[in-house]
Design a protein around this ligand. Structure first.
Ligand code: SF4
Ligand code: SF4
Length: 130
């Protein structure tokens, strides 16, 4: 990215810090009781969500703000920020792009269990009730 586009990007993000307030890690699409159990375990944790997107790719999201985000919602290490931050474009961001990244989001275990029930998935281990 050249200096001009870097400055343009910096200004476009002004006042918005959505992308700096969480970390997402891709996970395998859950297909077994062990997988479902693992997602329920993740969702039992505070500020941890699980979602899948339009491509049916699954992610775990940790809602935790970047340590170098300043009080006025700017990057405190803008010229030395990680590559992943540099590569992110506003074209596909939540503010200017195609809107939400979530096709389906689970914010607590009950959301996920409800979804499994709707899909008629047998998620319980024998003798173990969620
Ligand atoms: S949602 Fe868009 S404007 Fe907001 S921080 Fe992310 S890239 Fe910048
Ligand atoms: S390094 Fe800067 S751009 Fe990257 S997440 Fe942290 S505050 Fe945001």
């Amino acid at each position: 990215m050249d200096n001009n586009s870097a400055e343009k990007n910096k200004n476009l993000c002004k006042g918005c810090s959505l992308c700096c307030e969480y970390v997402c890690v891709e996970i395998d699409k859950p297909e077994t009781k062990n997988d479902y159990d693992q997602i329920i375990w993740m969702l039992l944790h505070k500020d941890v969500w699980v979602y899948f997107d339009d491509k049916n790719e699954w992610y775990v999201q940790f809602n935790t703000q970047c340590e170098v985000l300043t009080n006025d919602k700017l990057c405190g290490i803008y010229h030395n920020r990680p590559r992943i931050c540099r590569k992110h474009s506003q074209d596909s961001c939540e503010r200017y792009g195609e809107g939400t990244i979530y096709k389906k989001i689970f914010r607590k275990k009950e959301d996920f269990i409800q979804w499994l029930k709707e899909k008629k998935v047998n998620y319980n281990f024998k003798g173990f009730e969620h």
